[in-house]
Design a protein around this ligand. Structure first.
Ligand code: ATP
Ligand code: MG
Length: 555
């Protein structure tokens, strides 16, 4: 059946281009990050669209670093970006490029514009240039240097390159139209003097192209057929096209889509960098960060991120996506793949008084009821176990289907127990619970006829292993931390976004867990082994709770 209606606008354009044999039916996209920070969930959308579209239509995708601003850029970021794109499941094969590889060509393009009388060196000060640009509703003013001869411009530009002039003393501008209603067309700056070391070209250059002079031309040099980017570049398009026409380059065509905005999240490398630099988070890969590296460390899966982006879709209109949709996709993927295990985060000791001292049983446990192929394991059971402190209440109300004086529950994969007694300390805090068990109530062969409404997780004290558990919550407690005119996003940092539990006790099987492994701790949520884990110190990050705990907090 024809499914044209459900195609997004980019698919429609691409299919039409294939049909009309534009560029001989070739589809070539690129993902063009600036290496000035780590990638975030917004970039995931761009990556999935650029690589995804090419994949879908048998095309190719380049990874190109737009590294025209040496001041903010760093190899650390280049490496992290490569790593993140790969982890998401995409492959640029042998097509890894850098805008800085084109510095020679871009320089030639600039000289060509000068020779054609379409660019000039302007000696005006920065503020003068921006004053002369004026406001959109009124024409700007022409620079007194606008009508220099091509010879003079060429000489000055070459001397700029040779390092004869101070930073900020001169720029090269395209000579377009100071009256254009599009401010980008009012003789934009295309080269500036920057006596800065570049992470790839070293000290070869002391003039650098502006992003707008490098981006479109890089697409053209790589013969990108569909140059896909976010809407804020829509009004740069006439400028990119002007360069393509006036330099005579491959006609890459730009298509814009709405960027991803997420509630409770900020998504700007500059702002994320501030969180890192000011120590509000432990680093770019802090599990609370909306960076790919943070989400990976937290235990999010590549498939969850891709599915989320697919669900969000590609459109031309800006909107804000609820972050709970992302969490939903994380749960959904983990539910399919994560092994179910037992861990007690806040241990309360339970003594099963009629269970023989010194006896141990290995009880079978299914690894994942969603996936039989994941098999089963055994869990040791013994006379003394831990349960979750919150699963016991002295004053348990009738509807509390967990443990309390006289109450009966099932221990998952084990026996039914009834609480007969408990001990408290001088503060009234429960220190120990005493229960009896029913030997004929064993899971799988229960002949006891006893009813238990609730089922608890547990860990045998003698066999359990200690672990550190790191709990994370949303980093901001405001839906739109960036959406307040009079308040800074930093004011909305959630003070309770991080909690460490030091004395958790886990079932012994988990001693084999390795960094990056993901589990469902039954009844508690999904957890992932943190890379800080060492032999003697097992650390888990909580990836996500089992249910959306913020949905309740709302109205
Ligand atoms: P930031 O403001 O976070 O620095 P950026 O757009 O400056 O983002 P780039 O490295 O230039 O970051 O982006 C690479 C690509 O990712 C661009 O094509 C950009 O349009 C896209 N991108 C950035 N943020 C988003 C977003 N929130 N949603 C979709 N695409 C995005
Ligand atoms: Mg940027």
């Amino acid at each position: 059946m024809e499914k044209t209606e459900s195609k997004n606008f980019l698919e429609q354009i691409i299919e039409n281009d294939i049909e009309t044999n534009k560029h001989e039916g070739r589809i070539h996209t690129r993902f063009p990050p600036e290496p000035n920070g780590y990638l975030h969930i917004g970039h995931v959308k761009s990556i999935c669209i650029n690589f995804g579209m090419a994949q879908q239509y048998g095309g190719k995708t380049n990874l190109r670093f737009d590294d025209t601003n040496p001041v903010n850029e760093d190899v650390e970021y280049v490496e992290s970006i490569k790593n993140d794109v790969k982890w998401l499941g995409f492959d640029w094969e042998d097509r890894l490029f850098f805008a800085s590889d084109y510095f020679d060509q871009l320089y030639e393009f600039a000289e060509k514009l000068i020779q054609d009388g379409k660019a000039y060196v302007d000696d005006s000060a920065q503020e003068e240039i921006s004053d002369m640009r004026g406001i959109p509703t009124k024409p700007g003013t022409e620079s007194p240097f606008r009508n220099r001869s091509a010879e003079e411009n060429l000489d000055l530009f070459r001397r700029m390159r040779a390092g004869e002039f101070e930073e900020g003393s001169r720029v090269l501008r395209a000579k377009i139209d100071m009256a254009s209603p599009n401010m980008h067309m009012r003789d934009p700056i295309i080269y500036r003097i920057l006596k800065a070391h570049h992470h790839r070209t070293g000290d070869k250059w002391c003039i650098y192209p502006m992003y707008d002079f490098a981006h479109g031309q890089s697409d053209a040099i790589e013969e990108i057929t569909h140059s896909i980017c976010t809407l804020e570049f829509e009004n740069h398009k006439p400028l990119y096209n002007w360069f393509i026409e006036n330099i005579g380059l491959f006609p890459s065509h730009q298509y814009e889509f709405a960027r991803l905005n997420l509630s409770y999240t900020i998504m700007s490398k500059r702002r994320l960098k501030k969180l890192v630099e000011e120590g509000h988070v432990a680093g770019w890969d802090d599990p609370r960060m909306p960076t790919i590296s943070g989400m990976r460390r937290r235990g999010y899966t590549p498939a969850a991120l891709r599915n989320f982006i697919k669900k969000v879709g590609v459109a031309k209109r800006e909107n804000v996506i609820d972050v709970s949709l992302l969490e939903f996709h994380v749960r959904e993927d983990l539910n399919k793949m994560a092994m179910r295990v037992f861990g007690v985060l806040d241990p309360l000791k339970v003594v099963i008084t009629n269970y023989p001292e010194g006896q141990t049983e290995d009880l079978p446990a299914i690894n994942n009821p969603e996936d039989e192929s994941m098999g089963s394991r055994t869990m040791p059971f013994s006379r003394e176990i831990y349960i979750e402190r919150s699963d016991f209440r002295i004053d348990a109300p009738r509807k509390f289907f967990r443990l309390g004086p006289g109450k009966t529950v099932r221990l998952k994969n084990a026996y039914i127990i009834t609480c007969e007694n408990h001990k408290t300390d001088e503060n009234g805090e429960v220190t120990e619970v005493h229960c009896k068990y029913y030997p004929d109530s064993k899971s799988g062969s229960d002949t006891s006829g006893i009813k238990a409404k609730g089922t608890l997780h547990w860990v045998s004290i003698q066999h359990g292993i200690p672990a550190e558990i790191r709990l994370y919550d949303r980093l901001f407690n405001d839906e739109a931390p960036n959406g307040h005119k009079d308040r800074d996003y930093m004011e909305f940092l959630n003070p309770d976004s991080f909690e460490v539990i030091k004395n958790a006790c886990l079932e012994p099987w988990l001693k084999n867990a390795k960094a990056g492994d993901r589990f469902q701790f039954m009844r508690l949520g999904y957890f992932c082994v943190d890379p800080d884990t060492t032999d003697g110190n097992l650390i888990f990050n909580r990836t996500v709770t089992l249910k959306d705990s913020w949905a309740k907090k709302g109205k």
